[in-house]
Design a protein around this ligand. Structure first.
Ligand code: SF4
Ligand code: SF4
Length: 210
């Protein structure tokens, strides 16, 4: 990705968010983030880093410095292929892949991901479908994805879609499970445990920066 998002812009300390590092570090095992030595092993191991706007090492440095807007709106986290190479090789045992996921979840929560970039929209729509129906129905997932990224693609893919419908490979009927309420409660608990903590939660647990 060539989009240049800010190293050349002057940033004043007042523009930064010192709480951002604590939000990301609030995921299980996230506190190791503070011990990064900026060795660059993660960037060297990452097969996708040539295509990222910021390398994994830069992302860690930016999180620690409080560049919240730049990190959450960057393509890096969405291009991460979750291969875990960086996590396995990091000499400080920093769970970089989980940190990428934490940034993605926060970007969705704060709606600051790169607009019309399909990956975050797909992730968000998939989660919504599972949360509401217990299953993701491919036809609905695709329609929602196209509508929110590039509606004209629906016309381009219409021929293929109709062929798949006629062969019974796609169905317009939304799939759903029974006892959806119970699944919703389980997901809520999981989200509370693994989701980055909000600023208010950090304040209530005394983990905020004064
Ligand atoms: S490999 Fe680990 S210690 Fe080195 S820069 Fe990456 S996150 Fe930091
Ligand atoms: S998990 Fe993501 S950031 Fe880490 S090496 Fe793989 S693609 Fe790169």
């Amino acid at each position: 990705m060539n989009k240049w998002q800010g190293w050349r812009k002057i940033r004043y300390e007042s523009d930064l968010d010192p709480q951002f590092v604590n939000e990301i570090a609030s995921i299980p095992g996230g506190e190791k983030l503070y011990s990064c030595i900026q060795c660059g092993t993660c960037s060297g191991m990452c097969p996708i880093s040539p295509y990222m706007d910021y390398t994994p090492r830069q992302i860690i440095a930016m999180i620690r410095a409080g560049f919240k807007g730049e990190v959450l709106s960057s393509y890096t986290t969405w291009l991460c292929a979750s291969c875990y190479s960086c996590t396995v090789e990091c000499p400080k045992d920093i769970k970089l892949t989980d940190i990428m996921y934490a940034a993605k979840r926060l970007a969705i929560r704060e709606k600051v991901y790169p607009k019309r970039f399909p990956t975050p929209v797909l992730a968000s729509e998939f989660f919504k479908a599972v949360e509401n129906y217990g299953r993701s129905t491919e036809s609905w997932l695709l329609v929602n994805l196209f509508m929110k990224t590039n509606p004209f693609k629906i016309f381009k893919q219409m021929g293929l879609g109709l062929r798949l419908f006629s062969q019974g490979r796609l169905s317009p009927k939304r799939e759903s499970i029974k006892r959806r309420g119970e699944l919703k409660s389980i997901l809520k608990v999981l989200e509370k445990e693994h989701m980055v903590k909000s600023k208010d939660e950090l304040v209530s647990t005394g983990k905020e920066i004064a």
